[in-house]
Design a protein around this ligand. Structure first.
Ligand code: HEC
Length: 159
């Protein structure tokens, strides 16, 4: 009897914290500062995972380690994550310093395509890693060229 009432409490608590998580997401969507911070965390994760992958390839890590790093990079570039992070237009609304320019949203379709291209590049890289043929840093270029496209040529980022 006691066990069951404890179990019930645990379920109720889990239910409440789920609602809190959903609540926080709803707040983040209306809060430009939180939106910008979340987006920057997503981008930092892209940078850190590709950095770790590059290091693994360069240092001649085992194919398992390289595959794990490629998996992490692919997860970081998943368009379900990146598109979500950018889709709310925060231009001129946040007090947190952002380097995203208005062009991200005025040119949204092309911007979104660059996010998809980065994910597709990461997929190619992950396939090579899974096949044990990811042996040179140069092979990362297929995803890295999208960083340069957005950050420099396309002007989605202020410098
Ligand atoms: C579709 C365009 C796009 C692609 C592709 C892209 N970025 Fe970004 N990135 C941005 C924009 C826009 C910002 C500015 C975000 C902000 O400050 O609100 C940014 C910000 C960043 C930041 C700074 C985050 C912070 O804490 O302020 C890093 C680091 C970064 N990107 C790394 C990368 C790397 C590495 C790649 C490639 C593997 C990449 N990005 C690909 C558009 C892109």
């Amino acid at each position: 009897m006691k066990f069951f009432s404890k179990l019930k409490t645990a379920t109720a608590v889990a239910g409440i914290s789920m609602l809190m998580v959903l609540g926080q997401q709803a707040i983040a969507m209306d809060d430009p500062d939180a939106t910008v911070k979340e987006r920057q965390m997503v981008m930092d994760n892209v940078k850190n995972t590709v950095g770790a992958l590059s290091k693994a390839v360069k240092s001649g890590a085992s194919s398992d380690e390289i595959l794990a790093a490629a998996d992490a990079f692919l997860a970081a570039t998943a368009s379900s994550v990146t598109v979500e992070a950018f889709k709310t237009n925060t231009h001129g609304k946040s007090t947190v310093k952002t380097t995203a320019t208005e062009k991200v949203w005025t040119d949204w379709d092309r911007f979104e395509q660059a996010l998809l291209d980065m994910e597709n590049g990461a997929k190619e890289i992950q396939l090579a890693a899974a096949g044990g043929t990811l042996t040179s840093e140069d092979q990362l270029g297929v995803a890295l060229k999208e960083c340069g496209f957005c950050h420099r040529s396309a002007g989605y980022r202020a410098r």
